[in-house]
Design a protein around this ligand. Structure first.
Ligand SMILES: Nc1ncnc2c1ncn2[C@@H]1O[C@H](COP(=O)(O)OP(=O)(O)OP(=O)(O)O)[C@@H](O)[C@H]1O
Ligand SMILES: [Mg+2]
Length: 325
C-alpha cells in the first residue's frame, strides 16, 4: 500500500463550528472538515484576506452540493479562495490544471509497473472521491468539451468505475467535493484575451453551481498591500489601487474619464508584483528615475502594446506626482 493511501485512510472527519473556523466567533452552524491537516491540505496563508465570494464557498462546503464553478478575470483570487477555505477545514485538496490535451485517465489514474507487477495508480479525482477530498480542476474551460462531458456522471454524484483496476467501483465519499475555476463562464470568451478557452457543452455546464469572482474591493486590496508592501507609504499604496482600478475600468470600456479601452488589465497578482517591485526599486529615486513607473513597466507595461504602455505612463504621471517616488 502506498504512503498516500495509508495517510488518506487515517483521515478523521470532524464536525467543526463554521463561525469559529471562518470568523473566530462561534455560530453554532456545523460544517464538516477534518480533525487535522495532512500532506494534501494546502498551507494556510496567514496574509490571506477573505474575499467577498467566500460566503458562497462556505455555504457550498456546508452541505453536499452540486459541483462548484468559480469564474472571473485572471488573478482575481479564484484558486487561492478555494484553497484557503479548504485549508481552514483541513481538507485534502487534489488539484489539476486543465488543458486541451488533458484526458480522463489523467484525472482517474493509470496502470504502472512496480517491481515487475502491474499496479493501478489513482489519479487526483479518484483519490478525492474515494477518501473524501476536494478535487480542484483549475482552468476547466481549457478542456476539450468532450473530455469535460466525460465527467458528467461524477458531477451527478454517480460512482466512478475503473475498468483498468479490476472494474473497481468508487462510491463518492460523503465529504467529496468537486470545484472548478476558469476565466470564462464556460460559454466562450467574449474578450478574445483568454486564448485557448473553449465553449463548453451546455449539459456539462448545467451541472454546476456558478460563482463569479471579481477583483477584491479597494479596502481588501489596501489591506493586502499593507501586508505585502509594508515599506511603501499608505498614500502611495492607495494611489496604486486607484490606478489599478482605473486600468480595470479602461479594460472593460467603463472608464468615466477616458473614452479609450486598453487590452491589458490589472490582476491582484500584478498589483502585488507592482508594489513589491516599487519597494525594491526605491534606490532608483536617487538617480532621478521614478520607481513606481519603472516597476509598472516590469509588472504590466511590457505586456501591453507600445501605445497602451505610453498611455499607462501618462496615467501614472497624473496619479503619481514626481514627489511620490
Ligand atoms: N484575498 C486575497 N488575499 C491574499 N492574497 C490574494 C487574495 N486574492 C488574490 N491573492 C493573491 O493574488 C494571486 C493570484 O490569486 P489566484 O492565483 O488565486 O488567482 P486566480 O483568480 O486563480 O488566477 P488565474 O485566473 O490566473 O488562475 C495569488 O498570489 C494570491 O495569493
Ligand atoms: Mg487560478
Amino acid at each position: 500500500m502506498t504512503t498516500t493511501v495509508l495517510e488518506l485512510e487515517k483521515l478523521k472527519p470532524k464536525d467543526l463550528d463554521a463561525g469559529l473556523i471562518f470568523s473566530g466567533t462561534a455560530s453554532g452552524k456545523k460544517i464538516k472538515g477534518y480533525a487535522t491537516p495532512n500532506s494534501y491540505t494546502p498551507e494556510i496563508n496567514p496574509e490571506y484576506i477573505y474575499h467577498l465570494s467566500s460566503r458562497d464557498v462556505i455555504v457550498w462546503f456546508m452541505n453536499r452540493s452540486d459541483p462548484f464553478y468559480l469564474f472571473g478575470p485572471a488573478g482575481s483570487g479564484k484558486t487561492s479562495l478555494i484553497k484557503q477555505l479548504a485549508a481552514k477545514l483541513n481538507y485534502p485538496v487534489f488539484s489539476l490544471t486543465g488543458h486541451s490535451r488533458l484526458e480522463f485517465a489523467d484525472m482517474v489514474g493509470h496502470l504502472t509497473v512496480d517491481n515487475g507487477n502491474m499496479l493501478f495508480q489513482y489519479g487526483p479525482l479518484s483519490l478525492a472521491m474515494k477518501y473524501g477530498g476536494l478535487f480542484l480542476l483549475d482552468e476547466i474551460d481549457l478542456l476539450d468539451p468532450t473530455t469535460a462531458a466525460g465527467l458528467n456522471g461524477v458531477l451527478d454524484g454517480e460512482p466512478l468505475c475503473i475498468p483498468e483496476n479490476g472494474s473497481e467501483i468508487i462510491m463518492p465519499h460523503p465529504l467529496f467535493r468537486f470545484a472548478a475555476t476558469a476565466n470564462t463562464n464556460g460559454g466562450s470568451d467574449e474578450t478574445g484575451l483568454y486564448q485557448g478557452t473553449l465553449r463548453q457543452n451546455l449539459a456539462f455546464m448545467d451541472r454546476f453551481w456558478l460563482c463569479e469572482v471579481n477583483y477584491p474591493t479597494p479596502e481588501a486590496e489596501e489591506k493586502l498591500l499593507s501586508i505585502k508592501a509594508k515599506g511603501l507609504p499608505e498614500d502611495l499604496r492607495k494611489k496604486m489601487i486607484e490606478f489599478a482600478n482605473e486600468v480595470r475600468n479602461l479594460f472593460m470600456g467603463e472608464s468615466t474619464d477616458f473614452n479609450d479601452t486598453i487590452e491589458v488589465t490589472f490582476s491582484t497578482r500584478t498589483l502585488i508584483r507592482w508594489a513589491d517591485l516599487t519597494a525594491r526599486f526605491q534606490p532608483l529615486a536617487n538617480q532621478g528615475i521614478q520607481p513606481v513607473t519603472y516597476a509598472l513597466d516590469r509588472a504590466l507595461g511590457y505586456r501591453a502594446t507600445k501605445g497602451t504602455r505610453s498611455f499607462l505612463h501618462e496615467l501614472a504621471q497624473r496619479i503619481f506626482p514626481v514627489t511620490d517616488v
